[in-house]
Ligand binder design. Structure first.
Ligand SMILES: [Zn+2]
Length: 152
């Protein structure tokens, strides 16, 4: 019989952009906020059994600056006004091959996190000098499913 491992795992899901466009105090970009649902599951031997906690984060879609919003309040704020969504953003990572370290064991921090405003065509660099794990964490924090890595 194997060892029984239990614990919790957090799953994130991007729910959409809601509210009015507002300037972010951190990056000064003006966008509607992303709402991301965080669900904590109890798991046994890596198998999620049941969710026992969920909360939302209202997040700047560019720099990721966020505040926690309780479920009830988040649902009240996540109201679609009936107008078609005009905000289209795509997050992606660039892997700068020229900056890749040569050493076998060196941590490769040549990744950059970018967000493209599909509507205006603007490419916004969010962070540079990242490892692949940091990029994956940023993707998870934002609850993103579609995400690409590009070698440049
Ligand atoms: Zn921001």
């Amino acid at each position: 019989m194997g060892m029984i491992m239990y614990g919790t795992k957090v799953f994130t899901k991007f729910k959409g952009y809601f509210g009015e466009r507002e300037e972010c105090p951190c990056c000064h970009k003006t966008y509607k906020k992303s709402y991301v649902k965080y669900t904590t599951w109890f798991h046994l031997n890596e198998i999620p059994l049941f969710p026992f906690k969920s909360t939302y984060y209202k997040m700047c879609p560019i720099c990721g600056d966020s505040v926690e919003v309780k479920g009830k309040q988040a649902k009240a704020e996540m109201v679609v006004t009936g107008q078609p969504e005009t905000q289209k953003l795509e997050a992606y990572a660039k892997h700068i091959l020229a900056n890749k370290p040569k050493g076998f064991l060196a941590l490769d921090t040549s990744y950059e996190f970018w967000v493209k405003d599909v509507t205006t065509g603007e490419d916004i660099c969010v962070a540079t000098g990242l490892s692949k794990d940091v990029v994956k964490n940023m993707k998870k924090e934002r609850g993103l499913k579609n995400f690409n890595f590009f070698d440049v």
